[in-house]
Design a protein around this ligand. Structure first.
Ligand SMILES: *[C@@H]1O[C@H](CO)[C@@H](O)[C@H](O)[C@H]1NC(C)=O
Ligand SMILES: *[C@@H]1O[C@H](CO)[C@@H](O)[C@H](O)[C@H]1NC(C)=O
Ligand SMILES: *[C@@H]1O[C@H](CO)[C@@H](O)[C@H](O)[C@H]1NC(C)=O
Ligand SMILES: *[C@@H]1O[C@H](CO)[C@@H](O)[C@H](O)[C@H]1NC(C)=O
Length: 513
């Protein structure tokens, strides 16, 4: 693949590239809820995380914390690994947890690897690199020949640097290098400041699923998976299940080997930390690597087609041996998802009494140690799923056809369509109703930090487009107007329970005023 074609593709791009300056997670304070330790494993001043679900082959871990030390969510004390032979947990990291590639002491040419120069083939959704070079936290294009090439932004947080040399083979022969063979999926978790917010996995993995499913030139599942910027402790069972399904891992099979960066304490050092298993001086050549265009570089936020969306939903149920979602008469089971740290419904008791007039009500409060299978079973049984806008709504696309979501939106939550982030996921399924009630007044909003209220309490929705204002509105509780909520239920639930189509039961998204 000549450089010309690649450059042309990239030249067409600048107009499509949308660079957003700040990350606006809608789950800023969810860490407190999701970063949770299995109660059963407490004891002797030490807490051990749960280890349910799928892991890479030969590499199952659980995190260890010590009681007492008040640490920020980012810090982790250490890990234990499952020793398959001795059937017990140990602190020794097994070889299955480290990908090392093969070393090149004899020189590139004698290994008959072709040229070590980088070649790139890009489409609107992704690039496939041949010989993508990496050293000590940075990625490089190795270019030889007379023509100059400019580097570019590979992902939101990762630049591509250019190494321009006369003779790529001669250059590489003077380096210490290793080759990671076959197809590698390279993935930048762009919201690295909010690592446990599961909502972000969907918006990055769903488009990737569509891309991998359609790309005949790339192994599915790939031979290995590079996950940049996160620590193992952040790979909750939920995320691992979504990764497995995205990568096309069949039920009861392991994830491909996982490559991550060496863990360090500071989040800012972590993003530049070298890959585990490689020395600082060592150069790593990825024989073939696929990199998806993330949302910050003009990528998509959900599946590329309804067919993909539904296939994914069935596949994730299959991961847990559960039957695929199908059209059935919608059960009168209303699941209310409670949130504990913020975005609580202040008048929850009255809201639940109201809901009981329409069906059986169950209240759930999922956290990081809730088995994903339990979450899926809950979704499968639910007719109407009611929740404030929160990470756990990432489960909404896994409802069965005909079910409905009613989302409670906090006030001033509209910047960059943040209020629609889960609705676009369910919409792609094409068989889930999704409604919302929106808090519009100051008197429906309790600012948990009084100062947020003083600063932003009087701001109008359209003014609330600064990072400070948006962040402040993640940290509020909501008072639901029960008359309006009742009107919404009276108006739509008979249609939902009656099996009306999406079109028949559609309702406009609530306006901001
Ligand atoms: C590049 O370097 C290699 C290894 O030193 C050598 O075998 C090859 O002939 C060189 N190629 C050119 C075009 O000079
Ligand atoms: C990876 O590549 C090597 C040769 O480079 C090959 O022998 C091996 O079968 C490949 N493995 C997979 C999983 O494709
Ligand atoms: C997480 O959920 C489990 C089961 O639902 C519960 O027993 C546990 O107390 C929860 N943890 C926290 C911190 O709420
Ligand atoms: C809340 O504020 C709105 C707008 O200012 C007002 O119309 C409404 O009556 C208030 N509601 C209550 C319960 O005070």
């Amino acid at each position: 693949m000549p450089w010309g074609k690649q450059l042309l593709t990239w030249c067409l791009f600048p107009s499509l590239i949308i660079v957003v300056a700040v990350v606006f997670p809608w789950t800023q304070s969810t860490q407190g809820v999701w970063y949770d330790w299995g109660g059963a494993n407490r004891g002797a001043g030490r807490r051990v995380g749960v280890a349910n679900g799928v892991f890479p082959a030969g590499c199952k871990w659980r995190d260890v914390q010590h009681d007492g030390a008040e640490k920020e969510f980012w810090a982790v004390e250490g890990y234990e690994y499952w020793d398959e032979v001795r059937q017990r947990w140990t602190s020794k990291r097994p070889p299955g947890c480290i990908v090392q590639g093969f070393a090149g002491s004899e020189g590139w040419a004698t290994k008959r690897l072709g040229s070590p120069r980088t070649e790139v083939d890009c489409t609107v959704t992704h690039c496939i690199y041949k010989n993508l070079w990496y050293n000590n936290g940075r990625f490089f294009l190795l270019v030889d020949g007379p023509d100059a090439v400019e580097g570019w932004q590979m992902t939101r947080n990762q630049d591509l640097n250019v190494l321009h040399v006369d003779n790529a083979t001669a250059f590489v022969d003077n380096l210490e290098w290793r080759v990671v063979t076959n197809d590698t999926l390279l993935f930048d978790f762009v919201y690295f400041l909010h690592p446990t917010a599961i909502g972000h996995w969907g918006e990055m993995m769903f488009p990737l699923f569509s891309i991998l499913k359609r790309e005949p030139q790339f192994q599915w599942p790939p031979a290995q998976f590079v996950l940049l910027h996160l620590k193992k402790v952040h790979l909750l069972e939920w995320a691992r299940a979504v990764i497995a399904t995205t990568l096309g891992v069949l039920p009861s099979r392991a994830l491909p080997p996982l490559m991550m960066q060496q863990e360090v304490d500071s989040v800012w050092d972590q993003i530049l930390s070298p890959l585990e298993g490689f020395g600082q001086r060592e150069w790593v050549c990825f024989e073939r690597a696929l990199v998806v265009r993330d949302m910050f570089l003009g990528g998509e936020r959900t599946f590329l087609s309804q067919e993909d969306a539904r296939a994914f939903r069935s596949m994730i149920y299959a991961q847990y041996g559960l039957p695929p979602p199908t059209k059935r008469s919608v059960p009168r089971l209303i699941t209310f998802q409670r949130k504990r740290a913020n975005r609580r419904v202040v008048n929850e008791e009255q809201l639940i009494s109201l809901l009981k007039e329409y069906g059986q009500v169950q209240v759930v409060e999922f956290n990081a140690s809730t088995p994903f299978e339990e979450q899926l079973r809950t979704m499968a049984a639910t007719g109407v799923f009611i929740s404030v806008h929160t990470s756990n709504l990432a489960n909404a696309p896994f409802l069965q056809p005909g079910s409905a979501v009613i989302e409670i939106l906090q006030r001033n939550w509209i910047w960059d369509n943040l209020d629609r982030s889960f609705q676009i996921q369910t919409a792609k399924m094409g068989d889930i109703h999704h409604y919302a009630w929106r808090a519009r007044f100051r008197n429906q909003t309790i600012y948990i930090n009084k100062r947020d209220g003083e600063r932003f309490g009087d701001w109008e929705p359209l003014q609330c487009s600064t990072e400070d204002c948006v962040e402040a509105h993640t940290n509020v509780d909501v008072i639901v107007n029960l008359d309006e909520f009742r009107a919404l239920l009276d108006n739509r639930l008979p249609l939902v329970f009656g099996g009306a189509s999406l079109d028949e039961a559609a309702l406009l998204w609530p306006p901001i005023e």
